[in-house]
Design a protein around this ligand. Structure first.
Ligand SMILES: Nc1ncnc2c1ncn2[C@@H]1O[C@H](COP(=O)(O)OP(=O)(O)O)[C@@H](O)[C@H]1O
Ligand SMILES: [Mg+2]
Length: 346
């Protein structure tokens, strides 16, 4: 899939902006602070219905303004998000879309950025966020189960806060939770199965070195034990006054040749593992949706040496739309044809 145009009003630093993209390779250059990342972010906002840079939608509104608007056109459709101080509205071809699950993932994009490296050291909740967003993009049943689970979890925690929680009510909540938990574990397991199929070979292609890379899913329970685990956790839940068991505690970690990545890999190797992980993610999305995501490379090429730069660009499948940002075109060694988009200070 590819983006044809992005038009914004009052979004971040731009009062009005309009960009037209080449279906294959695009390079955005400009000094720091000219809005390169903002452009990639606007595509992600359409893809994920929210930004990865802020939890607060109103940060996307240009300072001093009341609303922001992003309109993204593909060959087929027009996607629009209008963000006000208090809420946001989603539209496809000017029809209001009420459910996030009918909008998320329609425009598929994968962003590579230097701070991705934090994934290895972040809190489990940040790692789960990535999981939830990416799986939600390809699986409606996942996003629906997750939303339902989270709302049941809220109810359960509220109940557990009481001095004497109602046992029967807890049973009812557990019974409704159980199928949601099983779906979440199943979909997360499928996700990691695809990632593990691709991550090592991709790592070798980018780094030029063989290594056994794997991502281990640390799930709360095997699917067949979910009901008994729910039952078993009851006393602990009463004791701590919150829900101690469930996929809201899931996590995953990365291994290289059998060792925990953080304990053996150099910064450069970690970077390669991360890029390999993102490309494996791309395979997962491609595999589940039948369309190739748009590849967004924010400031990451200049961190790699020329050889790795070239390998990375070479493993991007032909016919993929790629948008690269950099402060200086001379830092890049790009042999293919591309469209250059130059940003100037306002
Ligand atoms: N809500 C906002 N209103 C006005 N300016 C903003 C807003 N959010 C971000 N900016 C500005 O956008 C500018 C460009 O940011 P960014 O896209 O990160 O630049 P680049 O990636 O080119 O270095 C920054 O100078 C920042 O201050
Ligand atoms: Mg930037």
């Amino acid at each position: 899939m590819s983006v044809k145009t992005v038009r914004c009003n009052n979004y971040r630093n731009a009062r009005r902006s309009f960009f037209e993209f080449d279906p294959f390779l695009n390079i955005i250059v400009g000094k720091n602070g000219t809005g390169k990342t903002n452009i990639l972010e606007s595509i992600i906002v359409i893809s994920n219905t929210k930004s990865y840079r802020t939890a607060n939608d109103s940060d996307l509104i240009r300072k001093g303004e009341e609303f922001a608007r992003i309109i993204l056109n593909t060959e087929e459709k027009e996607y629009k998000i209008v963000i006000n101080k208090k809420n946001k509205s989603l539209y496809i071809d000017n029809n209001l879309i009420k459910k996030t699950s009918d909008f998320i993932g329609r425009v598929n994009a994968i962003l590579f950025k230097p701070s991705d490296l934090e994934l290895f050291t972040q809190s489990p909740s940040e790692r789960r966020k990535l999981l939830d967003i990416e799986i939600s993009k390809v699986s409606r049943i996942y996003i629906q189960s997750l939303l339902k689970y989270n709302s049941l979890l809220k109810d359960k925690n509220k109940l557990l806060k009481q001095l004497e929680p109602d046992d029967l009510l807890l049973n009812v909540i557990n019974e409704s939770m159980s199928p949601m938990i099983k779906i979440i574990i199943q979909e997360r397991s499928n996700f990691f199965a695809v990632i593990n199929e691709y991550i090592s070979p991709i790592y070798s292609l980018i780094s030029g070195k063989e290594a056994d890379i794997s991502v281990v899913y640390k799930k709360c329970s095997e699917i067949e034990n979910v009901n008994s685990e729910l039952e078993k956790s009851r006393d602990k839940d009463y004791y701590y006054h919150y829900t101690t068991f469930g996929p809201h505690h899931d996590d995953y970690s990365f291994y290289m040749d059998g060792y925990e990545l953080n304990s053996i890999a150099s910064q450069g190797q970690k970077r390669m593992v991360l890029i390999a992980f993102k490309f494996a993610l791309m395979k997962y999305i491609q595999f589940s949706t039948g369309s190739t995501p748009i590849v967004l490379l924010d400031d990451i090429l200049s961190e790699l040496d020329k050889e790795n730069q070239e390998r990375l660009l070479n493993i991007i499948p032909e016919n993929t739309q790629v948008i690269i940002t950099n402060t200086d075109i001379n830092n890049l060694d790009i042999k293919k044809n591309y469209k250059l988009i130059e940003l100037k200070e306002e």
